[in-house]
Ligand binder design. Structure first.
Ligand code: ZN
Length: 251
């Protein structure tokens, strides 16, 4: 028998510590230490060693106490949802499901803070830099179902270079919130344009949406492609077609 009521923790209503304006958001979960990016100072592949580096401010979301994740409350809400859906929560294997769902969602909605370190383009590298086939996963804001696929992120350098692994971190960062694919694509492109001030930026995302493949039209296997092109990657025909062929999605 499903229990009729589930106690819901009220911790989110208690006054928390004073919010610190610039503190990176960290998932508050007992026993989990804040994530440190251990190789933060190491130049990544694709970056000239010995170049002057500039560290940009942490890339993170400003979360106030009012929208911190309350795992107990979320688990209670999942239990209510299961009850409303007529699921017998006393069945084998379901006992911990509300807590597990809450934790999984919290993880998918919690970007890890990290520094974006840029380096002077001392050699005057002026060809496209493209990170291909970066795996990513996000949550569709319309159905709370995942969409996942591959990202292709490139830029045409001006004065600054950035490590290739940081391009993947930027995609991951903006993926960890409720999203639509078009906005995620634009946010990655805008962030790189503002941080690097390159001659151009190109972002292509190719993803399968579970809300499309598992329900509604059940268009299993179909993939949605979105792109955001800026500067010379958008306006210069040669650069644009070079990026799009490097970002050539399969097929
Ligand atoms: Zn959806």
């Amino acid at each position: 028998m499903p229990s009729t009521t589930t106690p819901v923790a009220m911790s989110s209503l208690e006054p928390g510590p004073e919010p610190i304006e610039e503190e990176p958001y960290v998932l508050r979960r007992p026993g989990v230490a804040p994530v440190e990016d251990v190789d933060e100072d190491a130049p990544d592949e694709g970056v000239l060693t010995g170049a002057t580096e500039v560290r940009h401010p942490h890339l993170h979301l400003h979360r106030g106490p009012e929208n911190e994740i309350d795992l107990d409350r979320a688990a209670g809400a999942v239990a209510d949802l299961l009850d409303a859906l007529g699921v017998d929560r006393s069945a084998d294997g379901l006992e911990e499901t509300p807590a597990r769902v809450a934790k999984a969602l919290a993880e998918m909605l919690s970007p890890e803070p990290f520094n974006v370190t840029t380096f002077a383009n001392e050699e005057g590298y002026d060809e496209l830099v493209v990170a291909r086939a970066i795996p990513f996963a996000s949550l569709c804001e319309h159905h709370l179902l995942p969409f996942s696929g591959l990202a292709y992120v490139g830029y045409l350098p001006e004065e600054r270079l950035v490590g290739l692994s940081k391009l993947a971190r930027v995609v991951d960062h903006f993926s960890r919130r409720l999203q639509v694919q078009e906005r995620l694509t634009a946010q990655v492109a805008n962030y790189l344009q503002e941080t690097l001030r390159p001659k151009g930026v190109g972002v292509v995302l190719e993803a399968e949406h579970l809300c499309m493949s598992l329900r509604g039209a059940r268009s299993g296997g179909s993939r949605t492609v979105t792109s955001a092109l800026k500067g010379l990657v958008r306006d210069d025909l040669r650069t644009r077609s070079e990026f799009l062929s490097l970002a050539g999605t399969r097929g």
